[in-house]
Design a protein around this ligand. Structure first.
Ligand code: PLP
Length: 405
């Protein structure tokens, strides 16, 4: 065995959970308080107001002490009835898991995607949604479900185009969006984009550990929840929204994660650091730098449509015959860097580099160095140095905003 004790920080470059800033870790280390006591209401109100600003909504945002999967279930069971038809677009592994969940809940999902691997390399094709909704003259389809940032592939779909497709078809279906990995890294406007339910989670752009998740609502979604018949108790929005009016919850909330959430909202929204526009620009720029590296290596990016490249993560496809998981393992063992595995039908064929959470140019350069060394050690033939290309990109494109501490 190697006498190997890693020093320095582990490079957590998976696309969530993302690295948590020290400032948030410190905020979470405060003593846990009485969740029915006088102090708690102020914390609850701070969180609820902050998270509304992050979703860019004036309507309620429900916070669950659960992972994103719980918030997925909540989104469906609040507005759907047994046997309801839902139109779900498969962009990748996470979209397919949401589809599986809909089936398990007793819904009838109809899946749209492009043939072969194409559907997992491109964004949601809004024209397919429009055509299907136009054909549904009886309005049997109750909801359209899409994933904003498909974490398994690195594709950020155009939600505005999906909204336009539903409107063009003059269809009353609810628009439900999973932005678990998009929120707070990629631009997202719940109200302006006309989304009815947005699902998100803590462990990605919000820079928090896993453990809380969200449903952002529209008045139309709240209205639908009043008559929807799927069983719901813990996930039911009504009691939570009622108690949230004073900053409290009908269950024991995740107090220390809420300390972290309040801090994360302060950091992300801080006008001195440019607020959300600066956050989105930061991740776009990191995405550009990482893609410059992948292109210089001569490897293919999983996302085949530059219009929908993800600012959150980049999927790197391996040449035929190279096991992506073996490359990942080598990089982990030798350089103490975690990369995202290929999921579902791309398992072993690609790996994912996260550029979300608490990172900066140099942490990304470190991660790319680990990748380049690992690829070379694995015998992958590289066209050139991705590290040099990314350095040129970062040096040549200064960030417009000061970094946040
Ligand atoms: N949807 C997307 C897009 C995700 O990236 C994830 C997790 O990575 C999930 C859903 C599931 O969330 P969780 O693992 O927090 O339950």
């Amino acid at each position: 065995t190697l006498d190997f004790h890693p020093t320095g920080r582990h490079f957590l470059q998976i696309p969530g959970p993302s690295p948590v800033p020290d400032r948030i870790l410190r905020a979470m280390s405060l003593p846990t308080i009485d969740h029915r006591g006088p102090e708690f209401g102020a914390l609850g109100m701070r969180c609820l107001s902050g998270i509304q600003q992050i979703f860019q909504t004036r309507h309620p945002v429900v916070i669950y002490p659960a992972s994103g999967t719980g918030a997925w279930e909540a989104s469906l069971c609040n507005v759907m009835s047994p046997g309801d038809q839902v139109l779900m677009y498969e962009t990748g592994h996470f979209a397919s898991l949401w589809i599986k969940m809909a089936t398990r809940l007793g819904l009838k999902p109809e899946v749209l995607t492009l043939p072969g691997l194409e559907g997992w390399r491109k964004g949601v094709q809004a024209d397919l949604i429009e055509a299907r909704l136009k054909a549904d003259t009886q309005h049997a389809i109750r909801a359209v479900c899409v994933v904003h940032n498909e974490t398994s592939t690195g594709v950020t779909s155009n939600i505005v185009a999906v909204r336009k497709a539903i409107d063009a078809a003059r269809h009353p279906a609810l628009l439900m969006v999973d932005s678990i990995s998009g929120l707070a890294s990629a631009e997202y406007k719940h109200d302006e984009w006309g989304v009815d339910v947005t699902v998100s989670g803590s462990q990605k752009g919000l820079m928090l550990p896993p453990g809380i998740s969200f449903n952002a609502l529209s008045p139309k979604a709240i209205e639908a929840s009043r008559t929807a018949k799927l069983p719901k108790a813990f996930w039911a929005w009504d009691e939570i929204i009622e108690m949230n009016k004073t900053g409290y919850f009908p269950y024991t909330p995740n107090t220390n994660l809420l300390y972290g959430l309040a801090e994360a909202c302060d950091m992300l929204l801080d006008p001195q650091h440019g607020g959300l526009p600066a956050v989105f620009a930061r991740h776009q720029r990191w995405g550009e730098g990482v893609r410059a590296a992948v292109k210089a290596w001569g490897l293919e990016i999983q996302c085949a449509d530059p219009a929908v490249y993800s600012p959150v993560l980049t999927g790197v496809m391996m040449p035929e015959g190279v096991d992506a998981d073996a490359v990942r393992k080598l990089i982990y063992d030798r350089f103490d860097c975690s990369l995202g595995t290929g999921l579902g039908k791309v398992k072993g064929k690609m790996f994912r580099i996260g550029h979300l959470g608490d990172c900066n140019d140099l942490t990304l350069m470190g991660a790319l160095s680990g990748c380049e060394m690992g690829l070379k050690l694995s015998g992958v033939k590289l066209a050139g140095s991705g590290v040099a290309a990314a350095m040129d990109y970062f040096a040549g494109h200064p960030s417009r905003m000061p970094l946040q501490k």
